[in-house]
Design a protein around this ligand. Structure first.
Ligand code: SF4
Ligand code: SF4
Ligand code: FES
Length: 183
């Protein structure tokens, strides 16, 4: 496996080809906030909370660090006022479903009307159930603002005994909906 050299937040680091920026940052004790990422699952790159600024050959761009693979001589900035502004905006858009991130970024209200109150649509439950549990008891239903999590009724019985994805859910919907299936 080829070794790659890059710089993250001013620190020269080495990484294996194919590793993501998030993985390499974590290996080197550098914190990047995440929402839709979990080490047990394939990266999805949907929430953009892990956004970082990269530059290579003078060209700068923002990328999702959980899916972007390291490159030779890449210079990565994991934190800046611009990046924090984007993260605060994401938190506002997901308000009030991501309380821990709201606290972390000092967001205590949103300029937007909440579309959901218990689910940030991170998809962790859907991906966990598909990839780890291999059951697909939950899925995304609808599009755009109507997008929501739904249970497959004939498979949801398993949730009461399983509950494996419950601790991944930041908004609590999976726990509450599972309860409502049986109430
Ligand atoms: S609790 Fe239900 S949705 Fe979650 S992993 Fe288990 S079976 Fe799947
Ligand atoms: S129910 Fe929970 S885990 Fe599933 S998408 Fe919504 S917030 Fe994420
Ligand atoms: S944690 Fe990277 S896009 Fe969600």
């Amino acid at each position: 496996m080829k070794t790659i050299e890059l710089v993250i937040d001013g620190k020269k680091v080495q990484a294996e080809e194919g590793a993501t920026i998030l993985e390499v940052a974590r290996e080197n004790g550098i914190y990047i906030p995440t929402l839709c990422h979990d080490d047990q699952l394939q990266p999805a790159g949907t929430c953009r909370m892990c956004m970082v600024e990269i530059s290579n050959n003078g060209r700068k761009k923002l990328v999702a660090s959980c899916v972007y693979e390291v490159e030779e001589n890449l210079v990565v900035k994991t934190d800046s006022e611009k990046i924090r502004k984007i993260r605060r905006m994401i938190v506002e858009l997901l308000w009030p479903t991501v309380p821990a991130l709201a606290k972390e970024f000092g967001v205590d209200k949103s300029r937007f009307v909440p579309e959901h109150t218990e689910c940030c649509l991170c998809g962790l439950c859907v991906r966990y159930c598909a990839e780890v549990k291999k059951l697909n008891a939950v899925y995304f239903k609808g599009r755009g603002i109507d997008r929501e999590i739904a249970f497959v009724p004939e498979l949801a019985d398993e949730c009461v005994y399983c509950r494996e994805c419950f601790n991944l859910c930041v908004g609590g919907l999976i726990v509450n909906q599972c309860g409502s299936v049986y109430s």
